[in-house]
Design a protein around this ligand. Structure first.
Ligand SMILES: Cc1cc2nc3c(=O)[nH]c(=O)nc-3n(C[C@H](O)[C@H](O)[C@H](O)COP(=O)(O)OP(=O)(O)OC[C@H]3O[C@@H](n4cnc5c(N)ncnc54)[C@H](O)[C@@H]3O)c2cc1C
Ligand code: FES
Length: 514
């Protein structure tokens, strides 16, 4: 998919599923084979349900789960002070507890299923960003204490480097290797009788006493209950998409001499913030110890300086860790931010009967996945849960109304792309391996020139709700700035809410460049 590579992708594990046969009626259908889908499937199987997972890609875990930095944390990314100010003290407390229990649940699954995925409990440190006043930690420390997270204030992260000044230490956080975990979880699911089918694209879901799941090629099947775990929901046109915003986040993994950085999770108070952790050396693959550093987030499809962003991350990483020898991996991925920093997990907000959803990861999609597993299992089994209110997909937090309006102004502004010119006026101005939007009369074309010089012309109009896609030169993808749909250079859909690719116009041999 991309010209970059995530460090996790090289894990030696079989993550392919089976070929879907002529299945007509099933009990539970999970759409999406990421960590949210698989964790929910696993917990439902333990309840004795019959579960089928449908995944559009060749392998499970190839969506955003393959692009994570894999911090497992109970500390709310957006800050306890923010959650408390929007949702109140009690919800902030329940959110903290649910994330702490999520880390424990992942640990228990690793232990029960003997999944060797480098799971390790570590401390987490929230540091004051370069040049900021340490007093900025006061408000967060007080809110964290009210939520029950009980941080300890230190003058510095206790390790050789990272001279960032004051920080809050949170005990009992964790880290793991996400794709080793996914491979182990897939095996456990199969051992429990669950079915995993890959290369199955779901194009629509219609709620009812029996839910209809529409598949590619005019096929369909019926399920008693369906969980939409496609990261961004593919069954709703609007609703949830107006309550969250897609952001692209950048990551590098750098070689460091062994044991020079403490095995911990580290964040700072920069906006957007930096996030850091260690991945230990892997004796099986020969991979050395790596320092993972992420940040430089921007709204998806709304930046063109991907190279600069990776460069700034490297500068920041080297400043705080002069021992870095070289950058081994770099990649980017997408997160969906909600107004209050908590995911949407529960019964479908559009009222589709027997349809459940998990989305709005807010940069904490791994722990939100475990929370979804617990909460959806309770809901689908008709049990009460104290988390229904915390994560309700129907909520609109009134105290975040200002942010809601700003996000929707930003969304409306993206549609002005319809009346602007293109990036270039002619395909001959596009270098090999690059793409650009070209205006053609009243419409816009997404034009990609491949490495062999072949020009691929597609409509630049996103099939979801007609946003105009932008070229992402870092990942060689077309990204929609409206709700985060993404497409390969040649127009195939790789991230919803779109369920189909960019409309292709015929490929043609171009005139030579220049
Ligand atoms: C750079 C980065 C850093 C991050 N760091 C952290 C972190 O430190 N801690 C943390 O908790 N979270 C982090 N996150 C977020 C977290 O990784 C994700 O939220 C999480 O992995 C998403 O899991 P998922 O199962 O919801 O989605 P995915 O992994 O994207 O899975 C969804 C699956 O659905 C499939 N699918 C989509 N559409 C269809 C369809 N129409 N039919 C069938 N299948 C379909 C996709 O192919 C995909 O496999 C990070 C994310 C990024 C990008
Ligand atoms: S993702 Fe909604 S218009 Fe493109």
């Amino acid at each position: 998919m991309s010209s970059t590579q995530s460090l996790w992708a090289g894990a030696r594990s079989d993550r392919t599923g089976d070929v879907l046969g002529n299945l007509k009626k099933i009990d539970v259908c999970i759409v999406g084979g990421g960590i949210a889908g698989l964790t929910t499937a696993y917990l439902l199987l333990l309840e004795g349900r019959s579960v089928t997972i449908l995944e559009s890609r060749e392998e499970i875990g190839a969506g955003e789960t393959a692009y994570t930095s894999a911090h497992l944390s109970s500390i709310i990314d957006d800050g306890f002070a923010r959650v408390e100010s929007i949702r109140g003290r009690d919800i902030a407390k329940r959110a903290y507890q649910s994330h702490a229990e999520a880390v424990t649940l992942i640990e228990l699954i690793c232990r029960k299923e003997a999944i060797d995925c480098d799971f390790q409990r570590v401390d987490g440190f929230l540091c004051v960003a370069d040049g900021r006043d340490p007093d900025t930690l006061d408000e967060e420390e007080a809110a964290a204490n009210r939520a029950g997270a009980a941080p300890e204030r230190l003058q510095k992260v206790p390790c050789k480097h990272f001279h960032t000044g004051a920080c809050l230490r949170y005990a009992n956080q964790a880290r793991f290797h996400p794709l080793k975990f996914m491979a182990g979880l897939a095996k456990a699911i199969r051992d429990l009788g669950g079915r995993i089918f890959t290369n199955v694209q779901v194009n629509g879901i219609k709620g009812g006493p029996m839910v209809t799941v529409k598949l590619e090629g005019d096929r369909q099947l019926e399920a008693n209950q369906v969980v939409v775990a496609t990261n961004s929901p593919i069954h709703q046109v609007t609703l949830l998409h107006t309550k969250m915003a897609a952001y692209t986040s950048y990551v590098i993994a750098a070689e460091i001499p062994p044991d020079t950085v403490r095995d911990a999770l580290i964040w700072d108070t920069q906006e957007p913030y930096h996030y850091v952790r260690i991945q230990p050396a892997d004796p099986v693959t020969g991979e050395p110890e790596l320092l993972i550093v992420g940040g430089e987030d921007h709204k998806t499809g709304q930046a063109e300086d991907q190279e600069e962003r990776w460069k700034r991350l490297e500068e920041w990483a080297r400043k705080h860790n002069p021992d870095i020898t070289r950058i081994r991996y770099r990649w980017s991925g997408q997160v969906f931010e909600t107004l209050d920093g908590l995911a949407f997990i529960g019964a479908d907000s559009g009222g589709a009967e027997n349809v459940f959803v998990v989305t709005g990861d807010s940069g904490m999609g791994l722990t939100h996945a475990a929370i979804a597993g617990r909460l959806l299992t309770d809901l689908m089994s008709g049990r009460p849960s104290d988390l229904i209110e915390v994560y309700s997909p129907s909520r609109i937090p009134l105290r975040a109304a200002g942010t809601y309006v700003t996000e929707n102004f930003n969304l409306a502004a993206q549609y002005s792309d319809w009346i602007t010119g293109g990036d270039v006026s002619d395909a001959k101005d596009i270098p090999a391996g690059c793409g650009a939007v070209i205006r053609k009369g009243l419409t816009k074309l997404a034009v990609y020139r491949d490495e062999d010089g072949q020009v691929h012309e597609m409509s630049a109009v996103c099939p979801h709700m007609k946003g105009v896609v932008h070229w992402n030169d870092g990942e060689k993808t077309w990204d929609c700035p409206c709700h985060g749909s993404r497409f390969t250079a040649e127009g195939e859909v790789i991230h919803g809410p779109a369920t189909e690719g960019l409309k292709s116009l015929e490929a043609r041999k171009p005139a030579a460049v220049g």
